[in-house]
Write a protein that binds this ligand. Structure first.
Ligand SMILES: O=C(O)CCC(=O)C(=O)O
Ligand SMILES: [Fe+2]
Length: 318
């Protein structure tokens, strides 16, 4: 791409950045071209990001970084990172009767339980399990474009209520891949896998179903299936049907990319445009990574209960 020091190879959706020397400084031309590629493709996959410093430097090409709302998962050495798989195996559940997996996450948009949904995130895996642990990403701008006009009109001005849910219940709603999920019994569960329930700290929020992307002007389906309670002003049954239909639309194979990780791969997603899911892995393997979060500036949300207040507890003590 012009003066830039890399090549771009499109993936099924998104693009891979090739031939970028991860030890070389990033010139202004390279930064600008990376940003332009990100806006065009919505996901950039980097390889060989072999230091935390480079991970931060690359992330900053795309905007200011912010702290993640969960203080517990911030990386002690650099709190602008969150750690995935720190408490290995963490979050272990039994899926479809007998399939025990750690780290599985259904389709979601990051920080969609807050009023100011983050701009993006860059996830880098350092320890990759020998099998499993893939990440899937779905382009909600392409999914919107492909909707029939009548559906596009139905979504105009529509809002939804969203609540953070992290336990088994959130694993079985729209956007999940399995038929049942339950917590393992203490006997089944390796040490230290019960997570504290942090969901109650975050008051429910309202967001629009559609977002006009502030930079590209493209319309995106702005849903995080995992957290949606219902569309405002719609009976629950109708709301569930609509959420189901839109989730199927967003996650249709032609709008998704599935990443099979190698160590020090880093994926940057535009969180305004993409949703993502983690397939999970056998808890006997380690899967560890770090992730940055790009700050706003999409401020589309408000508290469902106007008298609700933001949780600041541990953030202050941190
Ligand atoms: O573990 C993964 O593959 C994705 C985790 C995730 O949802 C995130 O980092 O935001
Ligand atoms: Fe995520």
């Amino acid at each position: 791409m012009n003066n830039a020091a890399f090549d771009v190879r499109p993936l099924s959706v998104g693009a891979e950045i090739l031939s970028l020397d991860q030890n070389a400084p990033l010139s202004v031309a390279t930064r600008e071209a990376l940003y332009a590629a990100w806006l065009e493709y919505g996901i950039l996959l980097f390889h060989g990001v072999d230091s935390n410093e480079r991970h931060i430097e690359l992330s900053r090409v795309f905007g200011d970084l912010e702290l993640h709302p969960f203080p517990e998962i911030r990386y002690k050495e650099e709190p602008l990172f969150i750690e995935l798989g720190a408490k290995s195996p963490g979050n272990v559940y039994i899926f479809d009767g007998s399939d025990m997996r750690a780290g599985r996450l259904p389709w979601h948009r990051d920080t969609a339980f807050t009023r100011d949904i983050c701009k993006g995130a860059m996830l880098r895996l350092i320890n990759v399990p020998p099998v499993g642990g893939e990440t899937m990403l779905a382009d909600t701008a392409l999914a919107y474009d492909a909707l029939p006009d009548v559906m596009k009109q139905r979504l105009e001005g529509l809002e939804y209520k969203a609540t953070l849910r992290l336990g088994p219940e959130t694993q079985s709603g729209a956007g999940s891949f399995w038929t049942s999920v339950r917590r393992p019994t203490p006997e089944e569960c390796p040490d230290g896998t019960y997570e504290p329930d942090v969901a109650s700290r975050y008051p429910a929020v309202i967001h629009p179903a559609l977002l006009t992307h502030p930079e590209s002007g493209r319309k995106c389906l702005f849903l995080s299936p995992t957290y949606v309670d219902y569309f405002l002003g719609m009976p629950q049954e109708e709301s569930d049907e609509l959420l189901d239909a839109l989730t199927k639309q967003m996650t249709a194979p032609e709008f998704t990319y599935k990443h099979f990780w190698a160590p020090n791969d880093a994926i940057l997603w535009d969180n305004r445009r993409f949703i993502h899911a983690a397939m999970g892995h056998d808890p006997k393997y380690r899967r560890w990574g770090l992730r940055t979060t790009l700050a706003g500036p999409v401020q589309t949300g408000r508290f469902f209960d106007p008298t609700a207040t933001e949780w600041t507890g541990l953030a202050v003590a941190d």
